[in-house]
Design a protein around this ligand. Structure first.
Ligand SMILES: Nc1nc2c(ncn2[C@@H]2O[C@H](COP(=O)(O)OP(=O)(O)OP(=O)(O)O)[C@@H](O)[C@H]2O)c(=O)[nH]1
Length: 613
C-alpha cells in the first residue's frame, strides 16, 4: 500500500480533477460523483469562532481574507503538500494554473477576487469551491475545506435567507459519510450553544467523524478553564478535544508572524497550569499532524470502496455512452455508413414485428381471420336478393320477351350486383393492414435505440417508409378489386350445371303449381345466394393472399428502397442535417465522456499509487 504522503496526494490530485469537471461536493449534479467518495476534512463553525485562524495556523501562513460580515462565501479547498526542508513556499490556484504565488497577501487578494467572480459583489454565496494548493516544508499533507461561517442574521446588503443558505451548503458537505468534520467552538462561549457542535451532532450522531476544536482558550475569564470540555465531561466526543490558542486581533494588527504565533501557542500550553498535563495533545501543530494521520488512515480504509465505485461508474458511463451513441464522424462516407446502419437496425425491428418476436404482426392475421369474414357476413345480400328485387331484375333483364327455360340474363345481373358488394370489405382489409403497417413503422422507429439521438433522421425515415406504404396500398387495392372484378367477369359454370340437374330432379317430386311464379323467384334468389356464398368463401382466402403479397411482403422487402436510392445520392450537407442531434443529448454525451475520462484517470492514479507503496 502507498505511503501516507502519496495517499493524501493521490486524493488531492483526484479532487482537483473532479473540480475541473464540475464534480464537487455540495453541487446537485445529476451525474454520479467521485468527489463524494473521497475522504476530506471540512472546517465548520459559527462566525468568528476562529476557523480562519485555525486554518492559517495549520498552514503557518496568513493568506485568508479578513473583514466584517461573511468573508468566506465559497468553499475553499485547501490542499497542503509537504515539501523538502529548505524549499521555498508557494501557492497555486486550480483556476490559475501555472501561476505560482510566493507572496501570500496576493493569495488572499486572489481568493477575494475569485469569490466575487462567481458570487458577485452583493455578497451571495456559492457552492462552487475555490481550489488552493500550498506547497511548503512547514505543513503536513492534508486537505481541508473551509466553509462559510454559520450565522444567525444577515448583515446589511446580504440576502435575507443567507443564514439558511449557508447552513444548507455547509450541511451538504458535512452530511457526506466520507467527510471528517472539524467542529470549531470558541472556549469563551457556552459549548451548549455551539453552532458547530449542533450541526455535527445532527449529521454525525455517533460522532465517528467529528473532531471538537476549542479556540480562544486564552480569552476565557480569569479563574475559569475549559477542562470540563477538553476532558470530555461537559460534552463527550469519540475523539479527544483539541484546544487551540490562535493569534488575537491585537496580534494580527501587529502582524505577528505565524511561526512566532505557533511558538507562543506551544509555550502557552507547556506553561499552562490548567492544560500543562495535556500540552502534547494541544495546539494547531498537533491538530494538523493528528488530522493528517487520520485522513490518511480513512483514505486507506476507503480505497477498496473508491476503486469499486470507480469501476462501477466506468461501466455505467461506458454503457450510457453506448446507448447515447458515440459521436458521428465528419466525413460524408462515414455519415452515410452510419445512416445505413441505423436504417438496417430499424428494418430488423420492423421485420421482427411482422414475423414475430415483437408484437404487432398478429393484428394483420386478426384482420384476415376476423374482420374480413365478419364484414362479408354483414353484407346486405338479403336485401339485394329479396323477392321483389329478384322479380324486378329478372323481368327487367328479360325485356319484352320472357325467358323460356331459365332467366340467364337475370341470374347474371343479380350475381354481378351482389359481387359488387364485396368491394367494400376488400378495400377495408387493405386499409386496415395499411394502418397496422404504419403503426408498426412508428413503433419500430421509436424502438430503434440508434435512432433516438437523431430526430431529423427519424422524421425523414418515417416519411420515406410511409410513402412506400402508400404505394403498396395502391397496388394492393388494385389487386383486391381486380379479384372481385374477376369473379364478376366469368362465373363458375359448374355450379349452375349442378343446379340444373338438381332442379330437374326437384321438379319431378314437386307437384304444387305456383301461379305467380313466386316459387321460381325464390329459387332464383336461393341459387344466387348459394353462388355468392361460394364466391365469398373464395374471396375470404384470396383477398388476404393479395394483401400480403402486395403490402406485407413488399413492406418487408422494399420499405426503404426509395430512401436508399435518395440517400446514396445525397450530399454531405444533407446527411449532416439528418444526423443533426438533440443538443441536450450532445451535452449529456459530452458530460459522460468527461466523467469517464476522469474516472479512468483516477483509476490509473490509484493503480500507480497502490503499486508504488
Ligand atoms: N485571543 C484569541 N483570539 C482569537 C483566537 N481565535 C480567533 N481569535 C480572534 O477571533 C477573531 C475571529 O477569528 P477568525 O479566525 O477570523 O474567525 P472565523 O471563524 O474565521 O470568522 P468568520 O470567517 O468571520 O466566520 C479574530 O479577531 C481572531 O484574532 C484565539 O484562540 N485567541
Amino acid at each position: 500500500m502507498a505511503t501516507m504522503e502519496s495517499l493524501i496526494g493521490l486524493v488531492n490530485r483526484i479532487q482537483r480533477a473532479c473540480t475541473a469537471l464540475g464534480d464537487y461536493g455540495g453541487g446537485n449534479n445529476a451525474l454520479s460523483s467521485l468527489w463524494e467518495a473521497l475522504p476530506s476534512v471540512a472546517v465548520v463553525g459559527g462566525q468568528s469562532s476562529g476557523k480562519s485562524s485555525v486554518l492559517e495556523s495549520i498552514v503557518g501562513r496568513d493568506f485568508l481574507p479578513r473583514g466584517s460580515g461573511i468573508v468566506t462565501r465559497r468553499p475553499l479547498v485547501l490542499q497542503l503538500h509537504k515539501t523538502e526542508r529548505g524549499t521555498d513556499e508557494y501557492a497555486e490556484f486550480l483556476h490559475l494554473t501555472n501561476k505560482r504565488f510566493t507572496n501570500f497577501s496576493l493569495v488572499r487578494k486572489e481568493i477575494q477576487v475569485e469569490t466575487d467572480r462567481i458570487t458577485g459583489k452583493n455578497k451571495q454565496i456559492s457552492p462552487v469551491p475555490i481550489h488552493l494548493s500550498i506547497f511548503s516544508p512547514n505543513v503536513v499533507d492534508l486537505t481541508l475545506i473551509d466553509l462559510p461561517g454559520l450565522t444567525k442574521v444577515a448583515v446589511e446588503g446580504q440576502p435575507e435567507n443567507i443564514a439558511e443558505d449557508i447552513e444548507s451548503m455547509v450541511r451538504s458537505y458535512v452530511a457526506k459519510p466520507n467527510c471528517l468534520i472539524l467542529a470549531i467552538s470558541p472556549a469563551n462561549q457556552d459549548i451548549a450553544t455551539s453552532d458547530a457542535i449542533k450541526l455535527a451532532k445532527e449529521v454525525d450522531p455517533t460522532g465517528d467523524r467529528t473532531f471538537g476544536v476549542l479556540t480562544k482558550l486564552d480569552l476565557m475569564d480569569k479563574g475559569t478553564n475549559a477542562l470540563d470540555v477538553i476532558e470530555g465531561r461537559s460534552y463527550r466526543m469519540q475523539y479527544p478535544w483539541v484546544g487551540i490558542v490562535n493569534r488575537s486581533q491585537a496580534d494580527i494588527n501587529k502582524n505577528v508572524n505565524m511561526m512566532v504565533a505557533r511558538r507562543k501557542e506551544r509555550e502557552y500550553f507547556e506553561t499552562s497550569p490548567d492544560y500543562g498535563h495535556l500540552a502534547n495533545k494541544m495546539g494547531s501543530e498537533y491538530l494538523a499532524k493528528m488530522l493528517s494521520k487520520l485522513l490518511e488512515s480513512v483514505i486507506r480504509a476507503r480505497i477498496p470502496n473508491i476503486i469499486a465505485l470507480i469501476n462501477r461508474s466506468i461501466e455505467e458511463f461506458e454503457r450510457e455512452l453506448d446507448q447515447l451513441g458515440r459521436p458521428i464522424a465528419i466525413d460524408a462516407g462515414a455519415k452515410l455508413y452510419n445512416i445505413l446502419g441505423m436504417c438496417r437496425a430499424f428494418e430488423k425491428i420492423f421485420k421482427e414485428h411482422l414475423d414475430g418476436g415483437r408484437p404487432g404482426g398478429a393484428r394483420i392475421y386478426g384482420i384476415f381471420d376476423y374482420q374480413l369474414p365478419g364484414a362479408i357476413r354483414k353484407l346486405p345480400f338479403d336485401r339485394h336478393l329479396s323477392l321483389e328485387t329478384v322479380k324486378r331484375i329478372v323481368s327487367q333483364s328479360d325485356g319484352y320477351q320472357p325467358h323460356l327455360i331459365a332467366p340467364e340474363m337475370g341470374y347474371r345481373r343479380l350475381i354481378e350486383g351482389s359481387l359488387h358488394l364485396f368491394k367494400g370489405p376488400a378495400e377495408a382489409s387493405v386499409n386496415a393492414v395499411h394502418s397496422v403497417l404504419k403503426e408498426l413503422v412508428r413503433k419500430s422507429i421509436a424502438e430503434t435505440e440508434e435512432l433516438k439521438r437523431f430526430p431529423s433522421l427519424q422524421t425523414e425515415l418515417a416519411a420515406a417508409a410511409n410513402s412506400s406504404l402508400a404505394k403498396f396500398r395502391e397496388e394492393s387495392m388494385k389487386s383486391v378489386l381486380r379479384l372481385v372484378d374477376m369473379e364478376a367477369s366469368y362465373l363458375t359454370v359448374d355450379f349452375f350445371r349442378k343446379l340444373h340437374v338438381m332442379d330437374t330432379q326437384g321438379s319431378q317430386t314437386t307437384s304444387a303449381v305456383d301461379q305467380n311464379g313466386e316459387r321460381q323467384f325464390r329459387k332464383i334468389a336461393s341459387n344466387v345466394a348459394g353462388y355468392i356464398r361460394m364466391v365469398a368463401e373464395t374471396l375470404v382466402n384470396t383477398i388476404p393472399k393479395a394483401v400480403v403479397h402486395c403490402q406485407v411482403r413488399q413492406a418487408k422487402l422494399a420499405l426503404l428502397n426509395y430512401f436508399y436510392t435518395q440517400i446514396s445520392q445525397s450530399q454531405g450537407k444533407h446527411l449532416g442535417q439528418l444526423l443533426d442531434e438533440n443538443p441536450a443529448l450532445m451535452e449529456r454525451r459530452l458530460q459522460c465522456a468527461k466523467r469517464l475520462e476522469l474516472y479512468k484517470k483516477a483509476r490509473d492514479e490509484i493503480d500507480a499509487a497502490v503499486w508504488l507503496g
